[in-house]
Design a protein around this ligand. Structure first.
Ligand code: UTP
Length: 287
C-alpha cells in the first residue's frame, strides 16, 4: 500500500509575478482555499496518510496554513462560528505533514531528491503543488493501482494541443489498455516539431524509490535545472515505466490565465456561489 506522498512547492513562481515575490504561488486561493490544500486533499482521498512538502525561502505561509492556530480557533469558538471552526481545524488533521527545505532551486528533479530520506525506500505518490486535477475517477488511485499491479513507476498523461507540447515533458508510448501506455521515451519541453506525441506528463506520478539513484546521475538539462523527466528517461533504460491518461481536467495554477479560469470553474461548482457567479458572467458576456 502506498501511504506516502511528496509535494514539491519550493519553486520561484516567476510566471506569477509580482504576486509570487514574497508569497508562495501554492497559496493562491481557488475560491477560498489555497491550491496546496486541494492537492493535499486529493492525496488523502487516494489513501495517503503521510505527506512531505518540499519548500524553500518565502514559503513559511505553507507551514502556517497546515499548523494549528489556537488563537483563531478560540476566537471562532467564542463567537459560535462552528462551521468555520471545523473547517480551520480540519486542515491540520488532514494528514501527517512534514517539511524539508530545498535551499537552492535547481529544478523539480532536484526538489524530488530532497525526499529520499523521508520516503525511505518506499514507492510514493508525487503531486506538483501548483496544479489541480479534476477527474471522473480518482487519478491518484488509478496511478497507485497500476503501480501495485506492475511494480514500476507510473506517470499521469494528458493530451495537449500541438502548440502547447513544448511547455511540458512529453512521452512516446504504446497503448496497452484503455487508459494505459507503456512508455518508450520521454522528452522535457521538446522543440517545435520534435515532440514524440501530444501526451504530456500531467503533474501526478507514482515513483519507485529507484528514481533517487537516477536523479543522482541526472545532469542539468532544460533551463539549466535537474529535470525529473530526464531522470525518468535514464531509468527507462533499465526498467519499464507506465502512463495513465487523465480522464478529466488539469489546472496549472502557476500561470495566470489558468488561475483565473480555475477560480471560475470551482466557483461555479459551489452551491452558495455558483448561481450568482453564473448570472454575473452571463451579464458580462451580454454587455
Ligand atoms: P514549476 O516549473 O511550475 O515551478 O514547478 P516554478 O519554477 O516555481 O515556476 P516558474 O516557471 O518560475 O513560474 C512545478 C512544481 O515544482 C515545484 C514548484 O514549487 C511547483 O509546485 N518546484 C519547482 C520545486 O519545488 N523546486 C524547484 O526547483 C522547481
Amino acid at each position: 500500500m502506498i501511504k506516502k506522498a511528496v509535494i514539491p512547492a519550493a519553486g520561484m513562481g516567476t510566471r506569477f509575478l509580482p504576486f509570487a515575490k514574497a508569497q508562495p504561488k501554492e497559496m493562491l486561493p481557488i475560491v477560498d482555499q489555497p491550491v496546496i490544500q486541494y492537492v493535499v486533499e486529493e492525496a488523502v482521498a487516494a489513501g495517503i496518510t503521510d505527506i512531505l512538502m518540499i519548500i524553500g525561502k518565502g514559503k513559511r505561509a505553507i507551514e502556517e496554513h497546515f499548523d494549528r492556530n489556537f488563537e483563531l480557533e478560540a476566537g471562532l469558538a467564542e463567537k459560535g462560528r462552528v462551521e468555520d471552526l471545523q473547517a480551520v481545524r480540519r486542515i491540520s488533521d488532514l494528514a501527517d505533514i512534514h517539511f524539508v527545505w530545498q535551499k537552492e532551486l535547481n529544478g523539480l528533479g532536484d526538489a524530488v531528491r530532497h525526499a529520499r530520506h523521508h520516503v525511505n525506500n518506499e514507492p510514493f505518490l508525487l503531486l506538483l503543488g501548483d496544479t489541480l486535477i479534476q477527474s471522473e475517477d480518482s487519478l491518484c488511485r488509478r496511478l497507485i493501482e497500476v503501480y501495485e499491479r506492475y511494480g514500476e513507476s507510473v506517470v499521469a498523461l494528458e493530451p495537449v494541443a500541438e502548440d502547447k507540447v513544448g511547455l511540458y515533458g512529453v512521452i512516446r508510448g504504446r497503448a496497452i489498455g484503455e487508459d494505459l501506455h507503456l512508455i518508450e521515451d520521454l522528452v522535457e519541453k521538446p522543440e517545435a516539431g520534435e515532440a514524440p506525441s501530444n501526451l504530456a506528463i500531467a503533474s501526478r506520478y507514482v515513483l519507485s524509490p529507484r528514481i533517487f539513484d537516477y536523479l543522482e546521475l541526472t545532469p542539468r538539462g532544460k533551463s539549466n535545472e535537474i529535470q525529473l523527466t530526464d531522470a525518468l528517461r535514464l531509468m527507462l533504460r533499465d526498467v519499464a515505466i507506465y502512463g495513465v491518461t487523465l480522464n478529466g481536467r488539469r489546472h496549472d495554477i502557476g500561470n495566470k490565465l489558468d488561475f483565473l479560469k480555475t477560480n471560475i470553474v470551482y466557483g461555479l461548482e459551489r452551491e452558495n456561489l455558483g448561481p450568482d457567479l453564473r448570472s454575473f458572467i452571463e451579464d458580462l458576456v451580454r454587455e
